[in-house]
Structures are given as structure tokens and as C-alpha cells.
Design a protein around this ligand. Sequence first.
Ligand code: SF4
Length: 181
Amino acid sequence: MAKPKIATTSLAGCFGCHMSLLDIDERILDLIEIVDFDKSPINDIKTFTGRCRIGLVEGGCANEENVEVLRAFREHCDILIALGECAIMGDIPAMRNLVPLRECLDEAYVNGPSVYNPSGAVPNDEEIPLLLDKVYPINEVVKIDYFLPGCPPSADTIWQALVALLKDKPLDLPYELIKYD
Ligand code: SF4
């Protein structure tokens, strides 16, 4: 029987949540006994090859490409998990939400104290995804089934969540895995 598939992606995140997934260490061998990885930076598969049981999404939506990828994950995955604070709340990338987008671009490319840009042009190549007006938590763009908090969620949190969901068990994580104080 074909194994269920897992897909992962990093939107506006730092890949720290993916590093935490890899921190399950030797349990990754157990994981690949029961699942195949589909589209993911872990195996560098760029496009979905079929229906996925679980999609893990790190990072919020900061640009139009993030939105496109996120919608593709919703379309292809039975269960979609917001992995970490950037996906859940925007986290550090969302600090730009405090400033109008035009001012952010001006500071980054035109008038910032360390900027040298005689032309005064803001990069606008058509290959560069357009920035959204602000950074959005992913649940404001598509329906999310589960949220794993933390920056990043611990390897044990990710492991226990995956095992429970793959075994069709309720996601009932112990308090110590989801408290951050
Ligand atoms: S939640 Fe933390 S570790 Fe995960 S992508 Fe965001 S900043 Fe990185």
C-alpha cells in the first residue's frame, strides 16, 4: 500500500522550523518508514506529485508568491498545519506591519542610512514577487487545521503531532510541549 505523503514549505520564515523538524534526529528514519516526503525543501521536490496527507507550513504570507504556494498547499493537503509563530502570527517579518509599505521600501532601498542607490530606484523586476501591503498569518489566507506554537516548535512537538495525525489519533499534546513562558 502506498505510504501517505507529507509536504513542507517555508513562506516568510527563517527555516528554523524546518531545522526543528530535522532535530527529530534518528526518528527521521522511523518517519520515512511510514511516509513519503512530497514537495519540500528537505528533498528539493519543487511541485506536488499527488495528494498529501499532511502539509507543514512555516512562515506567514509577505508576498504574492507566498499566497500562491499556500493556496496550493491547501488544495493538495488533507491536513494543513501552521508550524511556528511566523505562520500563526507573522512573528518577526510582521514587524514591518507597523510601518506603511512605501516607507519600508524607501528605508530599505532609497534613504536608509547604509543605502547607496544613486538611481533611487526600488527593485521591480517582474521575477520578484510583489510584496503584500502587510505580512499575514496563514490562517487569514486559507483554512488551517492545526497550529503548532513556538519559535520554533520543538522537535518533540512536531514529532508527536505527526505521529498522532498519521495514526488518526486526536492531537492532544502534553502541556509542556506547547507552553512558552
Ligand atoms: S517561527 Fe521562529 S523558527 Fe520558525 S520560521 Fe519563524 S522565526 Fe524562524
